[in-house]
Design a protein around this ligand. Structure first.
Ligand code: UD1
Length: 334
């Protein structure tokens, strides 16, 4: 298949290019950053897209502004790159008859995960109150009775509840892709990446996830600072597994004229404290410190139900937590 990867010079995009080439795809790449064999350009530029889409069968859309950034000041840029960029891309795909899309989405579209309350069953707690966080009460409350519910694995049918600009734009990308698929009869798959980590992950910036922040700290001899009580849970999925999920998505037989959403996760949740400890041990120190600090925008637990990706794409993560973190502790960063 002739496949265009947008964001091909980026962390996930560069691994996707390698995995597609290894699987026999004829790959071209587009990025704002120069790279060997890549078209230099922006997804918001219709002329660049017209050149890049000629003869292409499918697009794997990884180009995006990621992370939580600097807050409200960053909103226009998130909206422009992620929402406007995807809209321009989809219009160009329709114009050039490209009918298959794999979209890099994110678990951030869910907000807080799904929980089980002993009295009220499946519940979705709202944002945690600042006074609770300040006194170290980190677990979210049942919205009906205020008791402490237990986290469940979140599946793709959980109603989205984006909690920041990045999350809102990832959800908007999904909605645009669904609309494109309905109107053109195209096939669209949104891969909701959980916490991706691995070689070439960008260094610590306001846009980095926790794995990059801890890895950068260790590299410069500083202790990883674990927020809250360190017991918040995430699903860390290795970037080569994520790249493989993209290859499988391109070949999958999901129905056309609709959007299929799939979590891309390891299925092996861990706490942030465990992740910090594993990474620090593999790096040879320094030991993490648990600080009790908190960020108002953070959700407490978000872990994936990985069943749909297994059923629809045949995807199961292959790189385990211990093995992946050992490699990441010493791997080159981007
Ligand atoms: C992250 C990214 C999101 C991405 C998603 C899936 C951010 C803010 N969010 O969501 O863009 O789509 O992964 O890949 O980048 N923490 C610490 N110490 C630190 C920094 C963070 O303990 O120095 C804790 C946070 O309090 C939080 C957890 O680590 O509990 C995860 O933080 P982070 O990776 O930033 O955000 P996610 O919500 O997992």
């Amino acid at each position: 298949m002739r496949t265009l990867v947008t964001g091909a010079a980026g962390f996930v995009g560069s691994h996707v290019v390698e995995a597609l080439e290894a699987a026999g795809h004829e790959v071209s790449g587009l990025d704002r950053r120069p790279g060997a064999g890549l078209v230099l350009g922006d997804v918001r530029d219709a002329e660049t897209l017209a050149r890049s889409l000629r003869g292409v069968d499918a697009v794997v859309h990884q180009a995006a502004k990621v992370g939580i950034g600097l807050g409200v000041a960053d909103m226009p840029e998130y909206a422009s790159v992620n929402v406007h960029g995807t809209a321009v891309l989809l219009a160009a795909m329709a114009e050039h008859g490209v009918s298959r899309l794999v979209l890099a989405s994110s678990m951030v579209v869910y907000g807080e995960g799904v929980y089980d309350c002993p009295r009220h069953g499946r519940v979705r707690p709202g944002p945690r109150a600042q006074p609770d966080l300040a006194r170290g009460a980190f677990e979210p409350r049942c919205p009906y009775c205020g008791s402490e519910p237990s986290p469940l694995a979140t599946d793709e049918d959980a109603p989205p509840e984006p909690r920041n600009a990045y999350a809102a734009t990832k959800l908007a990308q999904e909605h645009l892709a669904a609309s494109w698929a309905r109107e053109t009869g195209g096939t669209a798959i949104a891969l909701r990446y959980h916490n991706v980590y691995g070689p070439r992950m960008p260094r610590d910036t306001p846009y980095s996830g926790v794995a990059a922040i801890f890895r950068s700290a260790l590299e410069s001899g500083r202790a990883p600072r674990v927020f809250e009580d360190g017991r918040q849970r995430r699903d860390f999925v290795h970037v080569r597994d994520v790249a493989r999920a993209n290859v499988l998505a391109l070949g999958s037989g999901v129905p056309p004229a609709a959007l299929t959403t799939c979590n891309v996760a390891s299925g092996e949740p861990h706490t942030i404290g465990e992740m910090a400890a594993a990474l620090a041990a593999a790096h040879g120190g320094p030991e993490p410190v648990t600080t009790g600090e908190y960020r108002l925008g953070d959700v407490r637990h978000i872990v994936a139900a990985a069943g749909r990706a297994a059923r629809e794409l045949g995807f199961r993560a292959e790189i385990g937590f211990a093995e992946g973190m050992r490699e990441f502790a010493v791997a080159p960063l981007g």
